[in-house]
Design a protein around this ligand. Structure first.
Ligand code: GAP
Length: 469
């Protein structure tokens, strides 16, 4: 396979956003409250008082999450000829984590309060007293962030297994399987997404840092010597992915890791950072892991993982470029960036301006009222759209309130059926971002919505821009 041109695919910002200016900083409290109110994210085990840093996704959250994962999978696996997908088990052979360095290095130095026994990260303390009770602290001790459990009925050291702290190792140990079965040549990527677990010392900021989260990781294997070029390619490509899905470029930046900050396996690393309410923070890391992982597994697994390059007639251990993102953190960034408050007819309108492909609901069908003459046509329209788009039906409360509800979950289009619809067999489509409205014949509704959801501009006649806001 020819080497792909290592240039990023950054496209232009799509125009669906409208012109509304976002407040400089979105308050995390507002996001948390909207998530609860509209069914995006709930505290885990809420009726028992919640469980620290664990969250559940509600009906809207699960759709948004799935759309984000699908967008990543499409871009990373399905639209490329040089990446294959896999799904590996959460529990792996314990020696995998010895080889990867996690058993020895995935640890933080912690101090413990001798009075209240709370543990703290030594590096984050200003003085040598417990921030909780001012008690005396122990000397720092290393605390491993991997969750341990036991496989089988005997709880002993020999049956210890770990919940994976990253999905990456599943790709490294399957390198040979993927190369052999895909019959592809290098450069070749292996991608997967799935749950990871880290016993974080300081989880928090809602779903930003949790102890159970989902990873989306790509391990892209290349010939040594071409690694820096591919590293650049993936940094640009991943940055463009966020921009093309609607995150404002001014809220994203790249930050190169300092030498003393690099993980033990990394030769180079950039973070894509997002301007979260608590400040610039890591959204995704892109690392050049060199040949560290394959060499470690060669050593610990006693299995040669070098690659035979038929064109060059040589064996080498490939280098790996790794773009690694968290689904939950990405979802939080998309939520925050989409969140807008604006004043419409003297009322505050909260609207999530999601990219249409990410919006949990694409269309809402809203009969003007529950009048029995409107219901059959409205239901018919809903039933026709349902198999095509994620559609909801809502006939409770005033049309204005129903529009606001849809705005708050970011539904791009509302379809309203009124009494004129019974006469002229036309319905109104309202655009979430501009609030403009157009009238279309019912038989053209599906096609029109499809084009609009794909980004066709929403041009409304002056008559319809003033009606039924
Ligand atoms: N395999 C490399 C790796 O795991 P990382 O920087 O530790 O690298 C990559 O994690 C991404 O995973 C982060 O940029 C973040 O989006 C997400 N992530 C890491 N720890 C997380 C946590 N505790 N909660 C939520 N997301 C997390």
């Amino acid at each position: 396979m020819a080497l792909l041109t290592p240039t990023g695919k950054a496209g232009k910002l799509r125009s669906f956003r409208g012109d509304t200016k976002m407040p400089d900083k979105v308050d995390m409290e507002k996001i948390v409250s909207l998530c609860k109110r509209r069914g995006f994210v709930f505290p885990s085990s809420e009726i028992y008082g919640g469980l620290g840093s664990c969250w559940d996704y509600g009906p809207m959250g699960v759709e948004l999450k799935r759309n984000i994962k699908n967008a990543w999978w499409r871009a990373i696996v399905q639209e490329r000829n040089d990446v294959v997908g896999i799904e590996t088990s959460i529990m792996m052979h314990p020696r995998v984590w010895k080889a990867s360095g996690h058993v020895d290095s995935f640890a933080d130095p912690l101090v413990e309060c001798k009075s209240c026994h709370l543990r703290w990260r030594a590096s984050e303390l200003e003085d040598q007293k417990c921030p909780q009770c001012n008690g005396e602290l122990t000397e720092p001790r290393m605390f491993n962030l991997m969750f341990k459990t036991f496989m089988g009925p005997v709880e002993e050291e020999a049956s210890t297994v770990y919940l994976r702290p990253e999905t990456a190792q599943g790709m490294f140990v399957n390198f040979e399987n993927a190369v052999t079965t895909s019959r592809k040549k290098l450069p070749l990527g292996i991608a997967q997404m799935g749950k990871s677990f880290r016993n974080e010392i300081t989880p928090g900021n809602f779903i930003f840092r949790t102890r159970e989260f989902e990873h989306m990781e790509l391990e892209y294997f290349v010939k040594p010597g071409t690694d820096e070029v591919w590293f650049d390619y993936w940094v640009k490509d991943r940055f463009a992915w966020y921009v093309n899905l609607g995150i404002r470029e001014e809220n994203l930046r790249l930050r190169q890791h300092e030498k003393d900050e690099l993980a033990h396996y990394a030769r180079n690393c950039y973070d894509i950072e997002y301007l979260f309410p608590m400040g610039w923070s890591e959204l995704e890391g892109i690392a050049n892991r060199g040949d560290y992982d394959l060499r470690q597994h060669t050593k610990f697994g006693n299995k040669d993982l070098s690659y035979y390059d038929a064109e060059a007639n040589e064996h080498y251990v490939p280098y790996v470029i790794e773009p690694s993102a968290g689904v939950d953190r990405t979802l939080l960034a998309f939520l925050i960036d989409a969140y807008h408050e604006e004043t419409v007819e003297k009322e505050t309108r909260v609207v999530l301006r999601f990219h249409p492909s990410l919006a949990p609901m694409k269309v809402a069908v809203l009969p003007l009222s529950r009048n029995e003459k409107l219901t059959p046509l409205a239901k018919e329209v809903y039933n026709n759209l349902c198999p095509r788009f994620m559609t909801c039906y809502d006939d409770s409360q005033s049309i204005g309130r129903r529009y606001r509800r849809q705005d708050e979950i970011g539904t791009p289009y509302c379809v309203t059926i009124d009494f004129e619809s019974l006469e002229d067999h036309q319905v109104t489509i309202r655009d979430r971002d501009s609030l403009a409205q157009i009238r279309v014949p019912i038989e053209q509704l599906e096609k029109t919505l499809e084009s609009k959801l794909k980004g066709e501009p929403f041009e409304a006649t002056p008559l319809w821009t003033t009606r039924q806001k």
